[in-house]
Design a binder for this molecule. Structure first.
Ligand SMILES: *Cc1c(COP(=O)(O)O)cnc(C)c1O
Length: 430
């Protein structure tokens, strides 16, 4: 595979950006070599600057549930952008996207649009603190909530790959307000709450932890969190930036039937443009400015072009059979590869919920905590990543990242990808 142009672009990029990238996980640090510079995407396919084509399972880390350049999103963006890109005044498009979401989502009554998942979480945590008048928060090891200061404590994703547990530049004073607990451990939660009882504003969790492998939790654990939060006056905060509109329209809250107090959104909500949001009941949201004392604002929040893209994508998600279709495709894809690995006796498994999947070199039946991930298995991931690229399949360049299946992945795409996985695994284990 020729990578001459990507390599040249990366050399240039390194003189312009730290590590040559604008988000660390893009840097291919975990798998070696240089990142591919992408020229364009179409459906389930991406094409790099050297003209190589790939079936894409990274899908920009989650936003692209319709695949690349879906017709309805492209046309909505085109039509809207002609009328101006930002006004600093409300537009009808904000109402329309919000109404589409709220009227189809049982767990929020009011929403506020922001510009990224990080911003949504940051604002939601402030709201939890403002509403409860408490400072401390509980988070879980292996959950990533964006690069928010108080949440950069043993966070996952790029960080796990880079082998650091928190970021430089985060004041000790902030870290002190964050209690980090292992996932799937009721006793740890009980103990922390006993100790800090009246200081805890919220428990924040990725109800489907998908930034440090896919650490699927029991419904029982999530229900336990709901119950203890209710009894202690703590807010339950579901960070659904990745799971929202992905495992079903109502995300993990809907999948498990558990009502959080605050939900953050991102990724899918913006149709591939930069949008985040947080939502809650009318009562909780009435604390947010200008109704209430919790200040939060944004020059480009509710941006019309991004709202138009979000509307087009969210509308598609609401169409009949949308999630059933994704489920069927994803189950077939993962099922075939898993059956192959099992028949061959390979220590390899695809974990999956809906159209989110994670490839793991393991013999374990379930992995529910980041500490259960075998760090040594990442050498195999690196080989798999390279072998798949050579066979025209693109997955995120880290064994801690999950993959996604979109509406655009055809049965032919999936068949080819399954064949590429089988060949690659045979190469690794053979
Ligand atoms: C991606 C992600 C974020 C951060 O969103 P950005 O848009 O990258 O800032 C936060 N929380 C979760 C669960 C995510 O998956």
């Amino acid at each position: 595979m020729k990578r001459t142009i990507s390599d040249q672009l990366f050399e240039k990029a390194k003189t312009l950006f730290p590590g040559g990238v604008n988000s660390p996980v893009r840097a291919f640090k975990a798998v070696g070599g240089h990142p591919l510079f992408i020229e364009r995407g179409e459906g389930a396919h991406i094409y790099d600057a050297d003209g190589n084509g790939f079936i894409d399972f990274c899908c920009s880390y989650g936003p692209l549930i319709l695949g690349h350049a879906p017709a309805e999103v492209v046309s909505a963006v085109n039509e809207t952008v002609k009328k101006g890109t930002t006004f600093g005044a409300p537009t009808k498009l904000e109402n329309e996207l919000a109404e589409m979401i709220i009227s189809n989502h049982s767990y929020i009554e009011k929403i506020r649009f922001v510009n990224s998942g990080t911003e949504a979480v940051m604002s939601g945590v402030r709201l939890a603190r403002g509403y409860t008048g408490r400072d401390k928060i509980i988070k879980f090891e292996g959950c990533y909530h964006g690069h928010v200061d108080s949440l950069m404590v043993n966070a996952g994703s790029g960080l796990a790959t880079l082998g650091t547990s928190s970021s430089a530049g985060v004041p000790e004073a902030y870290v002190k307000e964050t209690i980090v607990l292992p996932l799937h451990d009721e006793d740890a939660v009980k103990k922390a709450i006993e100790e800090y009882k009246d200081d805890i504003a919220c428990i924040i969790i990725e109800p489907i932890p998908a930034n440090n492998g896919l650490l699927l939790q029991d419904k029982k654990f999530l229900q336990f969190l709901r119950d203890i939060c209710t009894s202690e006056g703590i807010m339950l905060f579901f960070d659904e930036v990745i799971s929202g509109f992905r495992v079903g329209f109502e995300g993990a809250a809907g999948l498990y039937g558990i009502a959080p107090d605050i939900i953050s959104f991102g990724k899918i909500i913006g149709g591939g443009l930069p949008v985040g949001a947080y939502g809650a009941s009318n009562e909780i949201m009435s604390c947010v400015a200008p109704d209430g004392p919790v200040y939060q604002a944004g020059t480009l929040s509710g941006n019309p072009v991004a709202m138009a893209a979000g509307k087009a994508q969210i509308k598609a998600c609401l169409s009949d059979g949308f999630y059933e279709n994704l489920e069927r495709k994803a189950a077939g894809f993962a099922g075939e590869i898993n059956a192959f690995a099992e028949a061959k006796g390979y220590a390899f498994k695809i974990f999956r919920v809906g159209s989110i999947f994670w490839v793991a070199f393991t013999e374990k039946e379930a992995i529910v905590r980041s500490s259960d991930i075998d760090q040594n298995s990442m050498a195999n991931f690196k080989t798999l990543h390279g072998a798949l690229l050579e066979r025209g399949v693109y997955i995120g360049p880290s064994g801690f990242e999950v993959g996604f299946i979109s509406r655009a992945h055809s049965s032919d795409d999936l068949k080819k990808a399954v064949a590429a996985f089988k060949e690659s695994l045979e190469m690794i284990f053979g």
